[in-house]
Design a binder for this molecule. Structure first.
Ligand code: SF4
Ligand code: SF4
Ligand code: SF4
Length: 299
């Protein structure tokens, strides 16, 4: 009998849209934030629309970089791949409007070791790392390997780990991640399925199931509600949100975020910005209903 040996498949790199070395708004304390590229929702009101798409290496962006940071490279494989040379990139964002897939031409592929090394540079000044996006859980296999490597390194093992997620992940995929992180900050964008679809392009069943699963596992670190006035701030939505909140075991504080146009693409401009007065009224209404809220950020 012929015995065939399988060629080992190299682990996939992580595709990272951006790394923010220090943030104090993406979880407790001082945190480095890794924004992973690619999302499984398509929210018109997304504040980072360039993180949604995955690159198909068409090359359309390359001529628009004034700093010669972008190239198409054949590397060791047959297919050409878009590369961004970080040492040349000036983060000017001039390439962003030229990607037809809502992608980020200056996204960079990282192996686990190189991303750990990047995090380690800042580790002495950090309390933790937040994995955001896009949707970080789309790259969950890479995340698992990254967390294990952060644990192995003496200089990064102290760092807390949080995932910032839209919740669109099947129940069976959560446990491997939850073993490796302190918690998940979860966005809910609508309680009614039709409203959720309007705001994200996707149904909300899996998101609500994730909220329950995370709360039961004691890993729901934060709940967020992006208030889009006239869309998801009606009485039915609030009643359903309050019901969900009180049905969760040990619910965390809810963060209300105000919908604003800053950073939003053309599609999101047609939805009105939420007024501060509306935010304050909702804050009062939810507090009176027994929901614990984080202080409103007044911007
Ligand atoms: S952000 Fe970077 S890759 Fe994009 S145009 Fe500017 S220098 Fe070039
Ligand atoms: S980033 Fe966008 S424009 Fe550039 S190669 Fe990838 S898909 Fe094409
Ligand atoms: S889930 Fe978040 S990252 Fe994804 S499209 Fe919506 S707002 Fe953008």
């Amino acid at each position: 009998m012929e015995i065939r040996t399988l060629t080992p498949v190299a682990p996939r790199p992580g595709v990272v849209s951006r790394i923010l070395p220090f943030s104090c708004v993406d979880g407790p304390g001082s945190r480095l934030v890794v924004f992973f590229q690619g999302c499984n929702m398509d929210c018109p009101g997304c504040h980072n629309p360039q993180t949604i798409g995955q690159c198909n290496h068409c090359g359309d962006c390359i001529e628009h970089c004034p700093n010669d940071a972008l190239s198409l490279d054949r590397g060791s494989g047959q297919r050409k791949r878009r590369l961004c040379d970080e040492s040349q990139c000036q983060s000017c964002d001039l390439c962003l409007p030229h990607c037809p897939r809502s992608g980020n031409p200056n996204a960079v592929s990282f192996g686990v070791a190189s991303l750990v090394e990047r995090i380690a540079r800042h580790a002495p000044l950090l309390d933790g790392v937040t994995f955001s996006g896009g949707e970080a859980t789309l790259q969950r296999q890479f995340l698992v390997r990254l967390c294990d490597a952060l644990d192995r390194e003496a200089c990064t093992t102290h760092l807390g780990r949080l995932i910032d997620s839209n919740g669109l992940l099947a129940a069976g995929h959560w446990p491997a991640l939850l073993e490796r992180v302190d918690g998940v900050m979860l966005d809910i964008k609508g309680m009614d399925s039709a409203i959720h679809k309007r705001l994200t392009g996707r149904d909300n069943q899996q998101v609500l199931a994730s909220a329950r699963l995370l709360a039961q596992a004691g890993k729901l670190a934060e709940l967020r509600w992006l208030v889009v006035e006239g869309v998801n701030d009606g009485d039915d939505e609030l009643t359903a949100l309050i019901e969900l909140y009180h049905s969760l075991p040990n619910p965390p504080a809810l963060r209300l975020n105000r919908y604003q146009h800053h950073g939003v693409g053309e599609r999101g401009q047609s939805m009105a910005e939420t007024t501060s007065e509306r935010m304050e009224a909702l804050y009062r209404q939810l507090s009176e209903a027994g929901v614990t809220l984080l202080p409103l950020v007044r911007l």
